[in-house]
Ligand binder design. Structure first.
Ligand code: FAD
Ligand code: SF4
Length: 477
């Protein structure tokens, strides 16, 4: 490595890691963390902070690392972020703090390899705290008389709950699934985010006094009115974007075709890869096609490849995307990992129909060839179909990962709650308040598919607005 470039983390060999669901990236050793931290220029104007959606004082925590004062570094991060070990693993820092680091030349839309590897330093500190059982005594304020119900336990809900409990507000988090964490638990595979890390960070909130209620689909199991009758004064909706978009083309209901959500839930939550120890297998074919180009598509492809290996099959997984590698919304590092592991990629193909075999099982996918036209509203060049040019690819498993939209299981039950045409809840971006008094919202339920740290940022903003309201009421205004 040149001293000018950021230090790459240690990773498990692809040939080894595709046999299991254990973590791929090893992170920095102490020596490596010290070396990387020493590259930081300790800028007078630390532009890195502008790129962090929750405003961590990056310069200060890196300084403490250089002094080997890891406890102080941890405290600095925890001032703004409750989940350093999670964010240090999954944050798309290449488009955030690393992109705004002074070592990335201005005007680039992705970081330079020279920029400081901030997330790996954050992860080093978060993991150090876990390993050393560090329990910084967060001074909990005296209890207020107010109660808040948080609906959904993804990063938005957890961050909102953490920020409220610290200020003495009684918080209950209601989660429809049997497990906490939202996408962190059912979407992102354990080879990217080990579950013990997530469990540790959630345990911290439990210790602070957050009350968690599982298996409760708010809107059905309990209504908003019932929660009000139970004495809740304020509400935060963090129900995410868990409804899969489908292609709506012929044959989409054939056997062997999954939405990525269903596939990932079966693998991550129901532990399909541990069958027969867990009684929930997932059918995996010899030829898997994943349609899409985001994080979800890459995660599904890498899970499918591992399942093939575990089932003794020759790995054969192909991600098919309608634009090119350059426009893929997935994190670059995840695409590279998938390529190293043997996932194939095909570009500029748009699915036209699914073709069955005699048993109504998927046999073949027919695609239109495309070329790139003018940019669309996302700024990426639009794929244009060439109608008379078709490609046929064999497949016995297809995973559709073309996007997600808001989960409306709760919002659709709340009268007069304003949503946009996509079902996303409309909020005042300054306060995260919805069209209804005392009801706030954040995360993917508001902004559509986003990132973990953005969801956490919105959860925190809503918590601060609720706290202001509580303080005003407490002082008689
Ligand atoms: P979610 O995480 O979706 O959580 C919402 C929770 O609300 C869920 O647990 C759901 O069960 C619950 N819920 C819904 N309705 C109800 C109800 N009526 N009652 C009770 N509970 C309810 N972002 C990154 O930054 N980095 C990544 O590497 C990354 N990878 C991703 C990979 C995948 C496969 C996916 C799908 C997303 C990924 N993302 C990534 C995006 C990121 O995970 C999301 O932006 C983030 O989780 C949104 O958080 P949230 O709290 O708004 O919603
Ligand atoms: Fe260090 Fe980069 Fe932040 Fe400057 S901008 S303080 S070099 S991380």
């Amino acid at each position: 490595m040149s001293d000018n470039l950021s230090l790459s983390p240690r990773e498990r060999e692809p040939s080894e890691r595709i046999n299991d669901f254990e973590e791929v990236v090893k992170g920095y050793s102490e020596e490596e963390a010290l070396k990387e931290a020493s590259r930081c220029l300790q800028c007078k104007k630390p532009t890195c902070i502008e790129g962090c959606p929750v405003g961590i004082d990056i310069k200060r925590f890196i300084y403490h690392i250089t002094q080997r004062d890891y406890l102080s570094a941890y405290k600095v991060i925890r001032e703004k972020n409750d989940f350093p070990s999670i964010c240090g693993r999954v944050c798309p820092a290449e488009y955030q703090c690393r992109r705004t680091c002074i070592l990335t030349p201005p005007g680039r839309n992705v970081c330079s390899p020279k920029s400081i590897n901030i997330p790996l330093l954050e992860r080093f500190i978060g993991d150090w705290a876990i390993k050393n059982n560090v329990d910084i005594s967060v001074s909990l304020k005296k209890k207020t008389e107010y109660k808040v119900a948080v609906i959904g336990s993804g990063p938005a809900g957890l961050s909102c709950a953490g920020n409220l409990i610290r200020e003495g507000v009684e918080v209950s988090v209601f989660e429809s699934l049997h497990t906490l964490g939202g996408v962190l638990s059912y979407g992102i595979p354990s080879f990217r985010l080990p579950r013990q890390i997530l469990e540790h960070e959630i345990r911290y909130l439990k210790k602070m006094g957050v009350n968690f209620i599982l298996n409760c689909l708010v809107g059905k199991t309990k209504t908003l009115e019932q929660l009000k009758q139970e004495g809740f004064d304020f509400f935060f909706i963090g129900t995410g974007a868990g409804t899969p978009l489908m292609l709506n083309i012929p044959g989409e209901n054939l056997c062997g075709i999954y939405s990525a959500n269903e596939f990932l839930v079966r693998v991550n939550l129901m532990k399909a890869y541990k069958f027969p120890k867990y009684h929930t297998p997932v059918n995996i074919g010899r030829k898997v096609i994943v349609i899409g180009g985001g994080n979800t598509a890459i995660d599904a492809a890498r899970c499918a490849l591992r399942l093939q290996k575990i089932n003794g099959l020759e790995p054969c997984v192909t991600v098919v995307y309608r634009r090119t590698l350059q426009e893929m919304p997935s994190r670059i590092v995840e695409i590279e990992h998938a390529q190293q592991e043997g996932v194939n990629f095909k570009f500029l193909l748009q699915p036209q129909q699914f073709v069955p075999d005699a048993n109504n099982w998927i046999k073949e996918v027919v695609f239109f060839e495309c070329f790139l036209g003018e940019p669309d509203e996302s700024g990426r060049r639009r794929p244009v179909i060439i109608p008379d040019k078709k490609v046929r690819l064999e497949a016995d498993t297809v995973i559709v990962a073309i996007g997600l939209k808001a989960n409306v299981s709760f919002s659709s039950t709340v009268e007069k709650l304003e949503v946009n045409r996509k079902g996303e809840i409309i909020v005042d971006p300054q306060t995260m308040q919805t069209s209804l008094d005392n009801i706030y919202a954040g995360g993917d339920a508001v902004g559509g598919e986003g990132t973990v740290i953005e969801a956490m940022g919105m959860g925190k903003k809503a918590a601060l607005s609720i706290l202001q309201r509580i303080n005003r009421r407490s002082s008689g205004h």
